[in-house]
Design a protein around this ligand. Structure first.
Ligand code: SAH
Length: 469
């Protein structure tokens, strides 16, 4: 198992300071699963390469010394000692721990600087899904190259090997490169050498800080990193979104020097919020719904409008963020509600982009100002979760109308109303998407405007009421 990191430029032997490993000698480290070696195959002023080599004893693995308390995780003949996997992440965190945290006492400014770096990961397992490599690494700004090899040179007909040698090239800080590798190498492998538990979520959030929340494949990364353990994945996504929201709020206030809400709050926001929630509540009541699920319920403002209506027998608020659900409880004064009202009301933590049986069995689902928070590659998953699996007779959705943004003075052209928005649709784009959903899943759509209408650009919010046909 081999990882090489190359620094190109001037005085590149400084890589030794950054990694806290002297280029002039080979060092070895005892790890619980074997030995790690660090050495420098090249170290010139223009180009210095550090190599991290892991030597894992396959017999120990098979005999169950490693990875599990009750017997070996793996068979005698296995790929574990050779492929880049979670062992490599563990080695990075043990051998390069200071560099991983971005610290360098000798050259602090260099640790902060983006450098011309290259990483080579030898034998990355990548069965049948090589385009994943691009989807995972290109959004982080790397040039990506990988070489495949035949399974066996003598037997070409056996096809390509499931392993690739990956090369990443980019202008990044060394600590960013190491954190990317730490999180992403095990994403390509489907076996962790240890039991995945709560503290893995913490590691993912910690090492993903500053980049994972904005990554378009963050859900796939979290799911694979956490061995698809549903509750851990949910918890990780919730924390990422909470962090994302925090960053968004800070960015807004940094811009203006005051605690300013996003662009939409400029003038008519308060009214707009009210108008929007009233329009959704009216559509739910007009549609005759008794059991309602509000997905991405936020602070529970829609729930507050509906809960005391005589038609409503059951209402559930879902949000991916636990902290938001707590805020909703406090907004609704949950503790002070009557027992009868409490019986009607339920909160669930969950994500709109994961299959969830708990979303089924309602007359209406509301998704108010949420879809624009989803990464676009996740829209097909969202569609299936809502329109195919939950499939309520009525769905009410709202989303910003991007065309109207020209009316917000503080908003730069082409920018979005909130920094956590992943996109904002024009009326045509929303209608095209919604009409596609109707065709695919058997619904009929009706569109309307919410808020003050601009002749040319329409209203600030667009709403769609979907009815199952
Ligand atoms: N519907 C509310 C809140 C809108 S803000 C209102 O109109 O007032 C968007 C909300 O969607 C946030 O609370 C956020 O935590 C939640 N959210 C974002 N991504 C989500 C996902 N994948 N699944 C469920 N909720 C999500």
């Amino acid at each position: 198992m081999l990882l090489k990191i190359t620094y190109m430029g001037e005085n590149t032997t400084d890589l030794g300071y950054l990694l806290h490993k002297n280029p002039n000698r080979t060092q070895s480290f005892e790890l619980s699963f074997g030995k790690a070696y660090v050495f420098y195959p090249e170290a010139t002023a223009e180009r210095t390469t550090a190599a991290l080599l892991l030597d894992i004893n396959p017999i120990d693995l098979a005999r169950g010394k490693l990875g599990s308390r009750d017997g070996g995780l793996f068979d005698y003949v296995n790929d574990r000692p050779y492929v880049s996997s979670s062992f490599m992440s563990t080695a990075i965190s043990k051998v390069f721990s200071t560099a991983l945290s971005g610290k360098c006492d000798n050259k602090p400014e260099l640790a902060e600087q983006k450098l011309d770096l290259e990483a080579e990961v030898v034998m990355l397992p990548c069965l049948g899904n090589k385009d994943l490599i691009g989807r995972i690494f290109t959004p982080l700004g790397y040039e990506v190259e990988f070489s495949e090899s035949a399974l066996d040179e003598k037997f070409r007909e056996w096809g390509e090997s499931r392993y690739v040698t990956l090369k990443l090239k980019g202008k990044v800080r060394l600590c960013d490169l190491l954190n990317h590798l730490y999180v992403l190498i095990p994403v390509f492998d489907n076996r962790k050498h240890y039991w995945v538990s709560d503290d893995e979520v913490e590691k993912l959030i910690g090492h993903g800080e500053g980049w994972l929340n904005a990554h378009p494949e963050k859900e796939l990364i979290a799911a694979r990193y956490l061995n698809r353990n549903r509750s851990l994945v949910n918890s990780a996504l919730a924390q990422l979104i909470e962090k994302g929201n925090g960053i968004a709020e800070e960015a807004d206030s940094a811009e203006t020097g005051e605690v300013t809400p996003p662009a939409e709050k400029d003038a008519p926001k308060i009214r707009l919020n009210d108008l929007r929630l009233q329009a959704v509540a009216d559509a739910v009541i007009a549609g005759g719904a008794k059991a309602v699920i509000d997905i991405g319920c936020g602070e529970g403002r829609l729930i507050a409008r509906l809960i005391n209506h005589k038609q409503i027998a059951r209402i559930t608020g879902v949000d991916v963020s636990i902290r938001t659900l707590e805020r909703a409880k406090s907004y609704l004064h949950y503790e002070r509600l009557s027992e009868k009202t409490k019986e009607k009301l339920q909160f669930l933590q969950g994500s709109l982009t994961y299959k969830d049986k708990r979303f089924a069995g309602y007359d209406a689902a509301c998704v108010v100002e949420v879809v624009e928070h989803l990464d676009q590659p996740r829209l097909p998953a969202f569609e299936r979760v809502l329109f195919e699996l939950a499939a309520p007779p009525l769905v009410v959705m709202t989303t910003p109308n991007a065309e109207y943004n020209v009316n917000y003075e503080r908003l730069q052209p082409e920018s979005l109303r909130h920094s956590d928005h992943r996109f904002e649709w024009t009326r045509e784009q929303f209608q095209e998407w919604a009409n596609g959903v109707c065709k695919r899943f058997g619904y009929a759509a009706e569109f309307s405007d919410i808020g003050e209408r601009d002749e040319q650009y329409g209203a600030p919010t667009q709403m769609c009421v979907f009815k199952r046909t």
